[in-house]
Design a protein around this ligand. Structure first.
Ligand SMILES: Nc1ncnc2c1ncn2[C@@H]1O[C@H](COP(=O)(O)OP(=O)(O)O)[C@@H](O)[C@H]1O
Ligand SMILES: [Mg+2]
Length: 223
């Protein structure tokens, strides 16, 4: 059997020194290539903590995160940063675009970081698929929330990451805009056979995934 794209084993994360809060408690999760998994949980249940650990942006107290067979904790900086830039795409609730760069330059960033500028053609291809081609030379500042999130999705996919991590991607959008962005997100992740871990408390966002898990008391369950 092929190795999972993401494999999380017995992950532990607690915060605070006085009366520490056990946010993740022996959490285990495995994603196969092309699988799209949603993790639902109420505010404060540890969804963002889980994504930060999956991206190697935080270090677990115990347990392991492996992406494409590499144990993130075993990678020293700056290798871990390079690994993240190459293998992971990230979509955040509040877009995280760089305001001083044009839309095109924002999307180009992962190619710069990966010394992969020979793939700049992908920028226009993705922009067409996401309906943002007319915005490529504009600055993000003046764009609507839905447009900004479509730019962020293009930026997260341009370097063809092994794993896409999305943290409440429709959390900052109104209902109608969220539906439009979700429909595009659904189509593009399907077309590109993206392996996706999305955390959300939006039922419609979760519904586009192959599998929905619930985060409660630091663990995942399928009901
Ligand atoms: N860096 C941190 N320092 C202290 N507490 C934190 C930190 N990050 C998260 N927490 C706490 O961990 C819990 C889960 O947070 P989070 O993962 O952001 O939840 P969610 O994304 O599901 O809303 C919360 O109680 C939060 O206050
Ligand atoms: Mg969160």
């Amino acid at each position: 059997m092929a190795e999972p794209v993401l494999s999380i084993q017995d992950l532990q994360r607690r915060f605070g020194t006085t009366g520490p809060v056990q946010v993740l408690d022996q959490l285990t999760l495995s994603l196969e290539a092309g699988e799209r998994v949603a993790v639902m949980g109420s505010s404060g249940s540890g969804k963002t903590t889980l994504l930060h650990l999956a991206a190697g942006m935080d270090t677990p107290d115990a347990g392991e995160v492996c992406i494409a067979g590499r144990n993130l904790s075993a990678l020293p900086e700056p290798e871990r940063t390079r690994f993240r830039a190459r293998f992971i795409g990230l979509v955040f609730q509040d877009f995280n675009l760089i305001d001083s760069l044009t839309v095109r330059e924002n999307i180009e960033l992962p190619l710069w970081l990966n010394h992969a500028l020979e793939h700049v053609d992908r920028i226009t291809e993705l922009a067409v698929e996401l309906g943002i081609e007319p915005l490529l030379e504009r600055l993000p500042e003046k764009l609507s929330g839905g447009e900004k999130q479509r730019v962020a999705i293009a930026r997260a996919l341009v370097h063809r990451p092994a794993l896409l991590l999305a943290d409440e991607p429709t959390g900052s959008l109104d209902q109608t805009t969220a539906e439009g962005v979700l429909a595009l997100f659904d189509r593009i992740t399907r077309q590109h056979n993206v392996t996706l871990l999305m955390v959300t408390h939006n039922d419609e966002a979760a519904a586009l995934c192959d599998r929905v898990l619930h985060l409660r008391h630091g663990r995942l369950s399928d009901h």
